[in-house]
Design a binder for this molecule. Structure first.
Ligand code: ADP
Ligand code: MG
Length: 280
């Protein structure tokens, strides 16, 4: 197994005597070359799981292994792509992509060759000298993906990388990411609160419950690739995921609005991107 979580719990301390139980007994594994998504409402602990795997935070209890070795801190075997690509604004596209390679002490010529390979993969070979402020949101995320890929990580961790993009750009990037994944065979953990996005991209979708986050259900997506969100397998799965989520959403809404509010999944199904929204 590339990634292996066994009864992982995480609590954050809150003030002196209080703590927030964010993750409860999280158990899952990711096989080499697999594309797995974590799908769940905002605040359920998705980013916390990603930070634990990245070694940026530590479990309160439980086992967490990457390549069979317990995770003790960050490492270049795991690279994260965040929602806001986190590019250095004072560096060109090429400098941003070679940055990590230079830290790894790769020679400049070799680093630039590798960076160009990464940039060609995301169709930005003609933008090497551009600065981040000259790029669209989608282009910035492409640079962030290229920068992650050139590090040749064992596991690519993506935390809602397309959440801030418009729907059209997001759909294009879905196609590109599928393509990149097929070409590179990378192991990817992808986080999203968008149901259709999870189903379009993944081999397996792990649906999380609200806090304390647990893995509520697993969905295997057996549609052929390249995928299209209107594929009947995806559409059917979307309805099943929505039905599961109705319960979770009602829990959240009850906390926020009290007993008199019930969530209607039909209204969500009609929306065109099956987004779970920013706070539910
Ligand atoms: N460093 C932290 N300290 C305290 N609480 C945190 C910290 N990081 C996240 N949380 C809380 O943990 C919960 C889960 O957060 P997060 O993992 O970011 O959820 P998600 O990514 O699913 O939206 C939230 O209630 C959040 O406020
Ligand atoms: Mg998050």
């Amino acid at each position: 197994m590339k990634v292996d979580l066994n009864k992982v719990n995480k609590s954050y301390t809150k003030g002196k005597n209080d703590s927030l139980h964010v993750l409860e007994d999280i158990d899952f594994s990711i096989k080499e070359g697999e594309f797995v998504s974590l799908l769940g409402p905002s605040g359920c602990g998705k980013s916390t799981i990603l930070k634990l795997i990245a070694g940026l935070s530590h479990p309160t209890s439980g086992d967490l292994k990457v390549n069979g070795t317990p995770v003790e801190g960050p490492g270049t075997d795991r690279v994260v792509v965040f929602q806001e690509g986190g590019l250095f604004p004072w560096m060109t596209v090429l400098e941003n992509v070679t940055y990590g390679l230079k830290i790894k002490k790769m020679k400049r010529v070799e680093a630039e060759e590798k960076a160009m390979e990464g940039l060609r993969m995301v169709h930005l070979a003609n933008f090497t000298n551009a600065y981040p402020h000259e790029l669209s949101g989608g282009m910035k995320q492409r640079v962030a993906i290229a920068r992650a890929l050139v590090m040749d990580p064992d596991v690519l961790l993506m935390d809602e990388p397309f959440a801030a993009l418009d729907e059209q750009t997001r759909l294009i990037l879905h196609q590109e990411l599928q393509d990149i994944w097929q070409k590179t065979g990378k192991t990817i953990l992808f986080i999203t609160h968008n149901i259709r996005e999870a189903l379009t991209l993944s081999d397996r979708v792990l649906l999380m419950s609200t806090r304390p986050g647990t893995i509520k259900q697993t969905f295997n997506v057996q549609a052929s690739r390249p995928r299209n969100p209107s594929d009947s397998i995806i559409v059917d799965l979307e309805k099943r995921v929505m039905a599961e989520l109705e319960e979770e959403m009602n829990k959240v809404l009850k906390e926020e609005f009290g007993d008199d509010y019930r969530y209607k999944t039909d209204s969500v199904r009609d929306r065109d991107n099956s987004d779970m929204g920013s706070h539910i």
